[in-house]
Write a protein that binds this ligand. Structure first.
Ligand code: AMP
Ligand code: SF4
Length: 456
């Protein structure tokens, strides 16, 4: 999972990109980078760490120009190291380009082995570099055609922003797995994974980039093409459940509205008497408000989350029970003591967080603890860009809801149904990827390539 941002023809482009990335920080905290163009040359600064740590005032002197792209990374393929940090900036036969990618390709390994057999030398383990090698080898005439040519051979999730000396390109795969939106700023344009990145720089939201759409922005203005064979769109529904910020629009829809509706639908399916509805902050806050208003149960803040956890902390040498959870969460004892709770979380992955939280709430004096999840059980890993563990580590892959309920030590556990989730988010079931909840993967992997790689 990653956050991507691009801006064209706006003063202080790299500083605005920094602000955009700052708003997208929740999408990836491992590395952050910006590449800018001054019209003749691409400049770049990419480092491991948070956006706010990586960009000092001096750094912006090295990032001149009116166009820029940025990336914050949460590794899904490739290790977490500087060689995999983005944007990836390269020189090729026509000049320079920088690319920032959100998503995961399902045929990257296959294409990489074909390219390596042909003599390509890779410097990273990212899918993104596969696209760059394909592009560099393309025999087409223009940059735009070369990019299309390379993207026709890849399969899976890609939302990309690409910067050349003279243009900015945004493109979304035909399945539309990951969100990308288009906005306007002064006389220029912006692209971002989520619209919260537009708000911070006072850019105006125009629309979501469409499935399979490529937007080319240069001195001639903005051009939109749809170069790929259309397929049934498969938007990632998990973006609404957990990943995106509630104040964003993704795929043209409000995340907050969807998340509240998920909570309301959950209440319709599984309401139970309780003194308070308590969210696991922050990811379940919005769903809990929806649940509370639908069920009529008062909403309370019973767990506080520490937002200032750095990557390095000193663990006590003496053992403190549930230390990991304590760094992040603390219960509000006065609220919880002797109360029956309806706790809402957005999802259960391994089950470790929920189990620790239940223990914490009991210790704080909670009486009955009912656990509600504003999505269905996660039974399958994601191969399209969300970091999920192997199937063997997903608790719902091998345990019934009743077994999980016992493991968490709660009075009751209910998940939202798949139909309830789709109803809440809106639109047709077939428009969404639901693979992590049902195992029906919309794009298969390890297919044999034809002589050109993959043509769609
Ligand atoms: P776990 O302890 O493994 O069950 O983790 C569950 C928590 O992780 C939930 O509170 C979610 O908000 C959060 N979560 C869900 N999906 C992801 C993800 N892909 N990456 C990081 N955290 C996640
Ligand atoms: Fe999103 Fe789940 Fe599909 Fe991955 S498998 S794209 S997380 S809905």
């Amino acid at each position: 999972m990653c956050g991507i941002f691009g801006i064209y023809n706006v003063a202080e482009a790299s500083k605005l990109t920094y602000l955009g990335l700052y708003a997208l920080q929740h999408r990836g905290q491992e590395s952050a980078g910006i590449a800018s163009s001054d019209g003749t040359k691409i400049h770049s600064h990419v480092k491991m760490g948070l956006v706010s740590e990586n960009f000092t005032p001096e750094v912006f002197h090295e990032l001149p120009g009116r166009s820029a792209i940025g990336h914050c990374r949460y590794s899904t393929t490739g290790t977490s190291s500087i060689k995999n940090a983005q944007p990836l900036t390269v020189s090729y036969c026509r000049g320079q380009l920088a690319m920032a990618h959100n998503g995961n390709l399902v045929n990257a390994d296959l294409l990489r082995s074909i390219l390596e057999a042909d003599g390509s030398i890779f410097s990273s383990t990212t899918d993104t570099e596969v696209i760059i090698h394909l592009l560099a080898q393309s025999k087409k005439n223009t940059f735009e055609e070369m990019l299309v040519d390379s993207l026709k051979r890849v399969k899976g999730a890609f939302s990309l922003v690409v910067l050349t000396e003279k243009e900015l390109i945004g493109v979304v795969d035909p399945w539309n797995f990951r969100p990308l939106s288009l906005g306007k700023k002064d006389n220029g344009y912006v692209l971002a994974s989520e619209t919260c990145a537009f708000d911070i720089i006072d850019a105006e939201y125009i629309r979501a980039v469409e499935p399979g759409e490529m937007i080319i922005i240069n001195e001639n203005g903005l051009k939109s093409i749809k170069p790929f064979k259309p397929v049934k769109q498969k938007k990632c529904i998990f973006e609404f459940i957990y990943f995106s910020r509630p104040d964003s629009y993704i795929f043209g829809q409000s995340v907050q509205k969807a998340r509240k509706a998920l909570g309301a639908e959950l209440a319709k399916e599984s309401a139970v008497a309780a003194d308070f509805v308590i969210p696991v902050p922050d990811s379940a806050n919005s769903a809990a408000t929806g649940y509370a208003s639908e069920s009529g149960t008062p909403y309370e803040i019973g767990i506080i989350r520490n937002h200032y956890i750095g990557r390095t902390f000193i663990e006590p040498s003496q053992s403190i029970r549930d230390f990991g959870a304590k760094i992040k969460y603390n219960p509000v004892k006065d609220i919880l003591n002797n109360k029956d709770l309806l706790v809402i979380d957005d999802s259960i992955v391994r089950g470790t967080t929920s189990r620790k939280l239940v223990k914490m709430l009991r210790k704080a004096g909670a009486n009955l603890v009912h656990w509600r999840i504003s999505s269905p059980p996660i039974t399958h890993p994601c191969f399209y860009g969300v970091d999920t563990p192997n199937r063997s580590e997903l608790i719902a892959a091998s345990h019934t809801i009743h077994e999980i309920e016992k493991y968490l030590k709660v009075e009751s556990l209910c998940y939202l149904s798949i139909d309830g989730m789709v109803k809440a988010v809106g639109g047709k079931k077939e428009d969404y990827c639901l693979a992590c909840f049902c195992g029906e993967y919309p794009v298969q992997f390890n297919t044999e390539p034809d002589k050109n790689g993959f043509e769609r």
